[in-house]
Design a protein around this ligand. Structure first.
Ligand code: UDP
Length: 333
């Protein structure tokens, strides 16, 4: 099958000629999802046109387009002649005159621009978008892109955007309660939030900035647990934050690192089996935190569960089934 993969182009760093690639140089949830999905689709024999990520590594079966202007994307898609267009941009990069069979994976937590042929990452995200029956397909992970580590080092990890809705302060409070240092990695666009975090948890938090490449995989694999204590407020687009899919959960689990999460959005749907879910807003005592840490599943169990549920072959098969529904003319909302 020929697939045109449309993602939103985002600039990387201060150099205006650089774009976040697939896979990304550092932070990049959508770019990691698309890289992993492409791994599965390529192994299933698909041919892919990638739009929105100029400079992405060349690989067999993939054409990387340099075009980022929506006005030009239509011609590039038509020249490729895909069976299906797979949008990840909430229509932002999708040409208005696109008439090909199209599906849209929604990566945010609001009502999407295009509600036809949507695919959601969790039931919580789908409900918030007002759909009851569109397919839910979990975020994929390719174990070959992760490092597996059975014996852990003595730190907990927060990996992601250093923002209130991602619960970095709550992660620091958990780490302090249990007496284990917290490594915080990720871009900190809200400087006041980071400054307050470092001032309030000086003996607990070690901030290492944005990470990529082998430093990233090593950091994930060696952590005792990854903290994903998302909060229902403080999201980047206002309103209630409902964690839509949480790429970091499948990546941590495939690396043998268990997850400690809140019950926000997708997390109670995906974390059982690879970690523990805590009620949002609950004050964590040192006794609670120690009990949580002691009760986590082993690295081996967590890895096997992740690959079984979210391995790139499994998720690519689910996408191919949905592509076929759209190609045959089926329409859903
Ligand atoms: N990430 C990274 N380096 C960093 C911080 C984050 O590579 O310094 C990656 C992380 O591994 C994950 C993605 O960025 O793949 C964040 O995706 P997630 O779905 O967890 O968060 P969101 O997209 O909601 O910000």
């Amino acid at each position: 099958m020929k697939v045109a993969m449309v993602i939103p182009p985002y600039r990387y760093g201060a150099d205006p000629s650089q774009w976040i690639t697939v896979p990304p140089q550092g932070y990049g949830g959508i770019q990691w999802v698309v890289a992993t999905l492409m791994d599965g689709l390529l192994e299933a024999g698909c041919e892919i046109l990638l739009l929105g990520a100029p400079g992405s590594p060349v690989q067999d079966g993939v054409t990387v387009s340099d075009t980022v202007e929506t006005a030009d994307i239509h011609a590039v898609i038509e020249a490729f002649g895909p069976d299906i267009v797979h949008d990840h941009s909430n229509t932002a990069a999708l040409p208005a005159n696109n008439h090909r069979p199209t599906v849209s994976t929604h990566h945010l937590n609001s009502v999407p621009e295009l509600q036809t042929n949507g695919i959601y990452l969790s039931r919580a995200q789908r409900t918030a978008a007002g759909s009851a029956s569109a397919p839910v397909i979990r975020l994929p992970v390719n174990p070959a892109r992760c490092q597996f580590q059975e014996v852990k080092d003595d730190y907990l990890l927060f990996l992601g955007r250093v923002s209130a809705h991602k619960g970095v302060r709550e992660a620091a409070a958990f780490a302090r309660a249990v007496g284990v240092p917290l490594t915080v990695a990720g871009p900190a666009w809200e400087k006041d939030y980071l400054d307050a975090l470092l001032a309030d948890f000086p003996h607990t938090v070690r901030y290492v900035g944005e990470v990529g490449g082998s430093a990233r995989t090593r950091l994930i694999a060696h952590a005792r647990a990854q903290l994903v204590l998302s909060q229902p407020w403080g999201g980047p687009f206002g309103g209630r934050w409902i964690e839509p899919g949480a790429t970091v959960v499948s990546e941590a689990a495939a690396s043998g690192t268990p997850v400690i999460a809140t019950d926000n959005g997708c997390l109670p749907e995906i974390v059982p089996g690879v970690g523990t879910v805590l009620p949002t807003g609950r004050e964590i005592t040192p006794g609670d935190a120690k009990a949580v840490l002691a009760s986590l599943p082993t690295a081996q169990v967590v890895r096997e569960t992740a690959v079984d549920r979210w391995g790139h072959h499994t998720i690519a098969r689910q996408y191919l089934a949905v592509y076929k529904r759209a190609v045959s003319g089926e329409v859903w909302t």
